[in-house]
Design a protein around this ligand. Structure first.
Ligand code: SAH
Ligand code: SF4
Length: 348
């Protein structure tokens, strides 16, 4: 055995997908490690049945550090917001969203975000850095550990949604490897259709979708069918216009029962009129689409307002005429600033 490597020279175990681990160790050792850390969710390294050579290799080359939960805020509706501290001191947020007795976990992909959308709290932070694979995977492991300690018997996380901080397709490689780890049958074994990646329309990432992350669900933040309004809301629409984005999305193969989600953020007196709804209906009719209407969630300093419920309901009725399934998303966790677009981990 050579000299023991310093922590920073070692690879994070949580950055490796099954195939990579198999190559470094052996298929048997890789199965044992995936089973222990991801399926049984045991964090120590007291492996049985791993050969001496593999054990020595693991000790010398891998580290098992995970991000830590810094603060937990529980909402009255059982939503849980985690402020998670990374090894360099940066903080990100993950949110557990309850539905029935299960949860969706909303994952962050970056510290901050470069896209600067006008309605988004995270956008006001700017991009600090990309998350590493192990920091994305670590969010799931942290949430699981917290649930088993604090809500035992109630620890089923069924869906993973990349709707936390950051533009996931702007950190494509790490998001892709994290998905490979989540999907592995040897570990968490989350089904492809239980993972959703939401994007503001970052075209270079969308072009890699079909080849590299096929089968995962796609959600596009649409927010307006009109280019001028969309430019104002999502500045990268000027660089990657909606028409080009939709052309690429239309080419992504979908499996049976799968559809593309279009998220539509409703802002009072800005994009909530009947004309906006009709144009959206025209744009999406005939597509394998599902629309999520998200009433704007205010945050400190935000200028926009949330429309009244009856305006939101009218918007939905218009879309119903175009036979596009539409859901008004119930706001969860907004009493603890854990709802969409309310995530911001800068010190206040
Ligand atoms: N960057 C990706 C994913 C993270 S944002 C994206 O933009 O799609 C997740 C969702 O929250 C997006 O649909 C985004 O438009 C929405 N969102 C952002 N700010 C919001 C706010 N203040 N109120 C409601 N939804 C918001
Ligand atoms: Fe980034 Fe999405 Fe927020 Fe836009 S809405 S700033 S892409 S996190």
């Amino acid at each position: 055995m050579g000299p023991v490597k310093e922590g920073f020279l070692k690879k994070s175990f949580y950055s490796l997908d099954f195939k990579q681990l198999e190559k470094e160790l052996s298929p048997t050792a890789a199965s044992i490690l995936f089973n222990r850390h991801y399926k049984k969710r045991i964090q120590d390294q007291n492996y049985e049945d791993v050969s001496k050579e593999s054990l020595a290799y693991i000790q010398e080359n891998f580290c098992f550090n995970l991000p830590i939960i810094d603060t937990v805020i529980e909402s009255e509706d059982r939503t849980v917001k985690f402020l998670i501290k990374l090894s360099d001191g940066s903080k990100i947020e993950s949110v557990l969203i309850p539905f029935q007795n299960k949860y969706s976990l909303c994952l962050s992909s970056q510290v901050g975000c470069a896209m600067n959308c006008s309605f988004c709290f995270t956008g006001t932070q700017g991009l600090k850095r990309n998350l590493k694979t192990e920091e994305i995977v670590g969010q799931l492991l942290c949430a699981h550990a917290w649930l088993s300690e604090n809500r035992p018997g109630d620890e089923r996380i069924l869906n993973l949604v990349f709707m936390g901080q950051g533009e996931p397709l702007h950190n494509f490689d790490a998001v892709k490897s994290a998905c490979d780890i989540f999907l592995s049958k040897h570990g968490t074994s989350i089904g492809q259709q239980k993972i959703t990646i939401s994007t503001s329309g970052y075209l270079p990432g969308l072009k890699r979708w079909s080849e590299e992350i096929p089968g995962v669900n796609l959600a596009l933040s649409l927010h307006s069918p009109f280019s001028q309004k969309r430019d104002e809301l999502i500045p990268i629409n000027k660089k990657y216009p909606l028409e080009e984005v939709l052309e690429v999305i239309d080419e992504i193969p979908l499996s049976r029962k799968q559809f593309v989600t279009y998220e539509y953020l409703l802002i009072k007196d800005f994009n909530d009129s009947e004309e906006d709804a009709r144009k959206t209906g025209e744009l999406l009719k005939g597509k394998t689409a599902y629309i999520n209407l998200i009433p704007f969630n205010p945050f400190p300093g935000s200028e926009y307002e949330r429309p009244e419920l009856k305006i939101t309901e009218r918007f939905k009725e218009v879309l119903d005429e175009y036979k596009i399934p539409t859901l008004i998303r119930v706001v969860k966790g907004d009493d603890v600033l854990a709802a969409c677009g309310q995530l911001n981990s800068e010190p206040s």
